[in-house]
Ligand binder design. Structure first.
Ligand code: NDP
Length: 305
């Protein structure tokens, strides 16, 4: 292993994740003439590509999430960042060799001076039997992606935050009926979202309820609720928040109780030369603009390491 590692080329910065934080970091690091590699498991853009409209990014009045992400991707590539679609599997720190980092992916091994982790978060799973099997067959985590498959049908949304209510409003225009299932009797979402929902006449509220089972073989057929009810529904749009995916870093970095990488506004983690940017780190505000800001902060710190 030692010899093989010795033969690997050295990157200045490896960025894990090509969402807003990761690509912003890539723009800054590449513009500083550093050798930059971005690793992305799926497609570029991260969470924002699912937002049909972005209206709160300073200086940009109105843009779709996909347009925003594409612009940022092109900017990073144009600045000289290399982007590879590979899944990062872990990091090893070479204590004996200037604390270089080895980044393993599903297909390659890379050596780098610094790493910026910008892996964001993913939709929280319900943890129910059959959830994975029925994903894509009635269980969905994105109404704007999958809602059209259920045009004219009865569907359900699970959750009481802004995402859940936004999805319910969107689905009410497509589907014949929308159940909204929430574990408490008040919504966490902003009042204006709840008011928008109240104007719809095809919503049924199932408050103080949890989904306890999902039924169906080939596709979702019905939902069992904690109050004993069973409702028929062609789809369940799960919008119960988001969670980080930092398990592979837990042996080298300090995580908080929820699995976020502990890092302050300077994006520095417990390990020198490893930074955490965007939604994957501990922070108060998880917005597009704070993800972009973290990318800049982390990159400007990484390039002087
Ligand atoms: P939130 O964390 O705001 O809401 C998650 C919802 O799911 C809560 O109602 C919560 O219930 C419920 N929940 C959490 N865990 C479980 C569980 N295990 N079982 C059942 N229910 C559960 O997440 P969102 O994705 O809605 O929003 C994330 C962030 O993005 C927020 O800051 C939000 O404001 C923002 N956002 C803003 C938008 C906008 O401005 N247009 C649009 C979408 C999101 P409880 O309320 O009881 O905790």
């Amino acid at each position: 292993m030692g010899n093989m590692v010795g033969e690997l080329e050295i990157y200045d910065v490896i960025i894990i994740g090509a969402g807003t934080a990761g690509l912003s970091a890539a723009v800054y690091a590449a513009r500083a003439s550093k050798r930059v590699l971005v690793l992305e498991e799926t497609s570029y853009g991260g969470q924002i590509i699912y937002s049909p409209e972005v209206e709160n990014y300073p200086g940009i009045g109105h843009v779709s999430g996909f347009q925003f992400a594409t612009g940022l991707y092109e900017q990073a590539v144009g600045a000289g960042a290399e982007i590879r679609f590979e899944k990062a599997d872990g990091i090893r720190i070479l204590k004996e060799e200037k604390r270089y980092k080895i980044v393993f992916t599903d297909v390659n091994t890379y050596r780098t001076k610094t790493v910026i982790i910008a892996t964001g978060s993913r939709s929280r799973r319900m943890g129910l039997d059959g959830e994975e099997r029925l994903t894509g067959a009635g269980i969905s985590y994105c109404a704007t992606c999958d809602g059209a498959f259920f045009k004219g049908r009865t569907v359900a949304v699970y959750g009481g935050g802004n995402t859940a209510l936004e999805e319910a409003v969107y689905l009410s225009g497509l589907c014949s009926k929308v159940y909204i299932i929430h574990r408490r009797n008040t919504f966490r979402a902003e009042q204006r979202m709840a008011e928008q929902l109240q104007q719809k006449n095809n919503i049924e509220y199932l408050m103080n309820c949890r989904v306890t089972a999902i039924n169906g073989n080939e596709k979702l057929e019905s939902l069992e609720l904690s109050d004993g009810r069973v409702i028929e529904s062609a789809a369940l749009f799960v919008a119960i928040g988001r969670e980080p995916q930092n398990d592979i870093y837990k042996d080298i970095l300090t995580l908080d109780a929820y699995g976020y990488i502990i890092a302050g506004e300077d994006c520095r983690t417990s390990e020198e030369g490893i930074f955490a940017a965007g939604d994957c780190r501990t922070k108060q505000v998880r917005q597009l603009v704070t993800a972009a800001s973290d990318g800049a902060v982390a990159a400007l710190a990484a390039i002087v390491e």
